[in-house]
Design a binder for this molecule. Structure first.
Ligand SMILES: [Zn+2]
Length: 108
């Protein structure tokens, strides 16, 4: 049996510094999978243009991606329709779920 972190008293440990967070091979932060997102009760993603001057964004249903795909996996596939920039910032669309249920699920 693997002891969990809370049992070892890690509950109050500070969050990991950004530099030690898992990253994709090209240096982007590794994001959650669509399966994890659906467990939170969320059914959509928001795709943002990486260029803040453009700030083009798109709301997409997440049902086209498999559970094991990470949000960070699909980011390089997007090309902005506004400015032509390649690579997007993909985030869970919290408005596609129900926030109170999400908060409960995350605590488990
Ligand atoms: Zn753009």
């Amino acid at each position: 049996m693997t002891p969990d972190r809370a049992a070892l008293g890690w509950r109050h440990a500070p969050a990991l510094p950004a530099a030690t967070r898992p990253r994709t091979p090209d240096g982007r932060p590794l994001k959650i999978t669509f399966g994890e997102m659906r467990e939170m009760g969320l059914s959509g993603v928001l795709v943002f243009c990486p260029d803040y001057r453009c700030s083009h964004s798109l709301r997409l249903p997440a049902d086209r991606w498999a559970d094991e795909v990470r949000l960070s996996d699909i980011e390089p596939r997007f090309v902005c329709a506004g400015c032509g920039n390649r690579g997007a910032d993909v985030r869970p669309d919290f408005e596609s779920g129900k926030p109170p249920q999400f908060a409960k699920a995350a605590a488990n």
